[in-house]
Design a protein around this ligand. Structure first.
Ligand code: XIL
Length: 383
């Protein structure tokens, strides 16, 4: 019988093993073969990272080496978003996206497409109505179909799974008030899934959002996927972005979210994982520039490096989260970035802070969090 460990106990064990390993290395003992997360993870779990344009073009060799060694899946940080790939009605910029897809394909990785429909990073022309009128249903759907046909169609058979719709839900579980909802009505979500399936029938299709651990949003996502499936549409999974903090959401809440999706028969993908180590403040969102400067000064706590106690806290948090992903059979875990050098969290929710959200530091060195994740995977039964 398999030993049952609580996530906390297992995380503690993982941390001890990681610490023992660092001590052995510091004492000059023979280094063990380097650990690769993709090999330590169960066969049923992909582990990947979002890569940016320079990385996809091979211009960041340190990050590329980490991706090649550690991951069996990639996501595109920006280059498949509408504003990048389809900036004008009759102009597509496929070159960077082609490089991204080829980056993953040539290395035998599972290539994710992100994203077909979103209200952000979408050019103004998509939202504009004809002849100065508000955007109408027909025009909006025609634009969506043309876009999905062109983009998902181009990578047919090469992109393994698409984030079809991103962030369609408000925190209270209602449909987000976006130009898509205004112009088309609530069935824009099913239209997007229908078009995506038509463009690439073999591709997996996901609904992706953030804060799905919040009860109302979580339950709305389950309802949404069930409704889509009841209409005969293909939906392969829910993506929780997982832009989390070191304390929030609590482990019990993550556990519950994964249990709820599991009970509903919906596979879960953790699609944009990172851990913000800096304080968040409700005023950060939409703060004007003068206010931003004050908030930045107050919350940019570690401009010169992450103190050891925080490194350990981050490591423990990562290990505990991975143990939950393993417990619930999460299909994929994608980090939103490779090293701390290029994380979007230096500029979100406000610009110009120094953050430390990933497993490798700015110089591409493994942080304690890397060892802790590796150990969590190993302890679960990897290599
Ligand atoms: C972010 C990118 O990381 C940034 O480079 C870009 O400026 C803004 O978008 N949710 C998503 C991602 O689905 O596409 C976002 O990526 C982060 C939030």
């Amino acid at each position: 019988m398999e030993m049952q460990r609580t996530p906390k106990a297992a995380a503690a064990l993982a941390l001890c093993a990681a610490a023992a390993l660092s001590a052995a290395l510091a004492a000059g003992e023979q280094a063990p073969p380097p650990l690769a997360l993709k090999d330590l993870a169960p066969k049923t779990m992909l582990v990947g990272a979002a890569i940016d344009r320079p990385q996809a073009a091979g211009q960041d060799p340190a990050a590329v080496a980490i991706v090649e060694r550690q991951f069996d899946q990639v996501s595109p940080e920006n280059d498949l978003k509408w504003e990048r790939i389809h900036p004008e009605p009759d102009r597509y910029d496929f070159a960077p996206a082609d490089r991204y897809v080829e980056f993953g394909r040539s290395r035998g990785m599972f290539v994710v497409g992100h994203v077909l429909l979103w209200h952000q990073q979408t050019p103004a022309w998509v939202k504009a109505g004809v002849d100065g009128k508000p955007l109408d249903r027909e025009t909006a759907l025609a634009r969506l179909k043309a876009h999905v046909d062109a983009v998902a169609g181009r990578y047919k058979g090469r992109v393994g799974g698409w984030d079809v719709v991103n962030e369609a839900l408000e925190e209270d579980g209602s449909l987000r008030k976006t130009f898509w909802l205004d112009a088309v009505g609530p069935d824009y979500v099913e239209k997007a899934f229908e078009y995506a399936h038509g463009a690439d029938p073999a591709a997996e299709l996901y609904y992706n959002d953030y804060n799905l651990w919040k009860t109302a949003k979580r339950d709305a996502a389950v309802r949404l996927v069930k409704e889509l499936r009841a209409k005969g549409l293909r939906v392969d999974g829910i993506g929780e972005q997982a832009h989390w903090g070191v304390d929030d959401p609590p482990l019990a809440t993550i556990d519950e979210m994964l249990a709820v999706f599991g009970a509903a028969g919906i596979p879960v993908h953790i699609t944009e994982l990172d851990m913000d180590v800096l304080p968040r403040d409700p005023d950060m969102w939409g703060a004007d520039l003068s206010k931003q400067a004050t908030i930045r000064a107050k919350t940019n706590l570690y401009p010169d490096g992450l103190p050891p106690a925080m490194q350990e806290k981050l490591a423990k948090r990562y290990a505990e989260c991975f143990l939950l992903f393993l417990k619930h059979g999460v299909r994929r875990v994608t980090f939103w970035g490779v090293t701390d050098k290029s994380s979007w969290l230096h500029n979100f929710p406000i610009r110009g802070r120094v953050n430390y959200p990933l497993l490798w530091d700015r110089d591409g060195r493994e942080k304690p969090a890397f060892g802790a994740v590796a150990e969590a995977l190993r302890a679960h039964g990897g290599l």
